[in-house]
Design a protein around this ligand. Sequence first.
Ligand SMILES: Cc1ncc(COP(=O)(O)O)c(C=O)c1O
Length: 151
Amino acid sequence: MFSSGFLANLGAVTALSGPDVLVVSDRTNHASIVDACRLSRSRVEIVPHRDVAAVAEALAGRDEDHAIVVTDAVFSVDGDLAPLAELHALVRSHGALLVVDEAHALGVVGPGGRGAAAAARASRANPTSSARSRCRNRWLRRAEPSSAPPR
Ligand SMILES: Cc1ncc(COP(=O)(O)O)c(C=O)c1O
């Protein structure tokens, strides 16, 4: 049990890392993940935001026996979503681990607010509802204030 999200990231990332572990971290991850990476005693590769190809390249080119990919689920600054389904498939194919910070996703995203990992699982299990949610997201984007008609 951790008393804050900051400590949860510090605890999880440092527990799973070390000299024989590559840590791959999205450039816009929360500061607590950045600090955890610094304390990890691992080589850390910072990849461009939401860049699955860059994560794949980092995992494929590593010398370390183990690797973890760490990401916000909903990014704190931009509010966009990590490509969790793609990252999950990637880490599985490279024998790596995916660590997801759901701080901004729990209660907001996914079935019953269970988070972005649950949402990714649900869309894999039910492609029809995935297509429906893509339509809804497109509709939400169109409804953003920047594209609203002038009053
Ligand atoms: C994505 C994310 N992770 C971790 C934290 C840290 O959580 P706490 O404020 O509980 O230490 C925050 C805080 O805003 C956050 O946005």
